[in-house]
Design a protein around this ligand. Sequence first.
Ligand code: ADP
Ligand code: MG
Length: 150
Amino acid sequence: ETYSTQILKDEAATIHAAGVLARQLQPGQVIYLHGDLGAGKTTLVRGILHALGHTGKVKSPTYTIVEPYNLAVGSCYHFDLYRFQDPEEWEAAGFRDYFNATSICLVEWPEKAGHLLPDADIEIQFDILPHGRILHITSRQALSLEGLCQ
Ligand code: ADP
Ligand code: MG
């Protein structure tokens, strides 16, 4: 288990932290991202996807719910469940199938899906400071977070 709290002073620090986390992600993992609107969840996902080799844009899947990425490590799915309301949509849209042994799932607003969502391997919480963010990381596996905070 890992539990850690870090200060991220600006957006560049968030991107840097994303790179440190990205190196340790493995297929099959589920990462929950908690925090208010504008806290930095999508910024962190963008940093993770770029660190994993994605070269294009990373847009917030606020309306599409999920955005898929094909990466060298395997499939990666970026969920934003902020607008998710209908539990039946979970099955109908096949979201359950996205959570499998070969994919990495990064989920913003996981609390909106309640019990439908598989448990997280890594949970990340952003708290907003006037200048910067506090990042809380909880992980089932031991994570090496050395150098996460610049
Ligand atoms: P969310 O997905 O949580 O709604 P976004 O990532 O879309 O949030 O937006 C976060 C905003 O905060 C962006 O404007 C980004 O530049 C900024 N930001 C990200 N990380 C930090 C940080 N560590 N300190 C200050 N601002 C940050
Ligand atoms: Mg977002």
